[in-house]
Write a protein that binds this ligand. Sequence first.
Ligand SMILES: NC(=O)c1ccc[n+]([C@@H]2O[C@H](COP(=O)([O-])OP(=O)(O)OC[C@H]3O[C@@H](n4cnc5c(N)ncnc54)[C@H](O)[C@@H]3O)[C@@H](O)[C@H]2O)c1
Length: 324
Amino acid sequence: MRILVTGGAGFIGANLLRLLSNEHPEDHLTTIDALTYAGHRESVRDLEKSKKLRFVHADIRSREAVDPLVKESDLVIHLAAESHVDRSISDAMPFLETNVLGTGVLLEAARRHDLARFHLVSTDEVMGSLPLDRPEVKFDRRTPYDPRSPYAASKAAADHLARAYFHTYRLPVTISNCSNNFGPYHHPEKLIPLAITHLLRGKRVPIYGDGKNVRDWIYVEDHGRAVDLVARKGTPGETYLIGAECERSNNEVVHQILKILGKGGESLEYVPDRPGHDRRYAIDPSFLRDSLGWKPRYSFEESLRRTVEWYVQNRAWWEPLLPP
Ligand SMILES: NC(=O)c1ccc[n+]([C@@H]2O[C@H](COP(=O)([O-])OP(=O)(O)OC[C@H]3O[C@@H](n4cnc5c(N)ncnc54)[C@H](O)[C@@H]3O)[C@@H](O)[C@H]2O)c1
């Protein structure tokens, strides 16, 4: 099978390409990536060198670049996006351009060339925020969309567009909405790598607000396996929620990292909250589990330890990404 992965130099893309090349060595992998501040070709350089991956440095908003790549593919797995909520608050435009328009360019090429399968990787943030005091309430496939940041709104628009292409043109689209990922190759602007890299440099870790915001964490490799499964075996037109049922407050996550690195609470610094900071996300993954048999392989504790270990051993990857 010829697979086009968009955004393969990003965090989830790089981990997914690694997984696909290990699990399906017979497939032909291509990625298109514009190498924004969030894209790092080094993350997949070994795959390129061993001829397991073709890297196309181009923008998904470019019809000329996208068209021939989609035409030659059997499956497109679309991840390329502007992905950082804080950046979307300072400047929403790149989010609209890449996440909405870029998705539109891909869908249009897919429609024109009768692509066999299109999988859109999306986020649980399209569903808004859950209350902290009702732990029994989770996002499921019937939860209405209620995006609350420009990032989430742009991803919601992309989901709607993909669904419209299924209904209007019968394009075989699947969508997955996943909770917060962590693991290797994660940009140090996001909470877990930010905490680890601050601590490794002897700096205090900034935590928004009271640190009680809850996220439902998943190891990036577990997410990748779910995406691989849904993209190949999911029912066209369906939406799959991916989550590892692992809710932790930011305080809990950071304290666990402190413990792994042998540091104390004096290494934390509480800073003013960001606007519209969602309180809690939690995914009910039962549809994915019951329909396709997916379940996560790694516990939070084990995968967090592996992640910390990766950052300890790969300073050369993350140090150049830090602000001067
Ligand atoms: N990180 C998470 O926790 C999470 C959770 C759920 C869903 N997602 C979704 O998964 C996808 C990947 O997320 P990530 O964390 O790996 O993001 P990332 O920011 O690490 O990577 C995004 C990649 O897309 C590329 N890119 C950006 N704009 C582009 C453009 N116009 N043309 C081509 N390439 C472009 C970047 O260069 C980068 O390599 C996103 O769609 C995101 O919304 C992420």
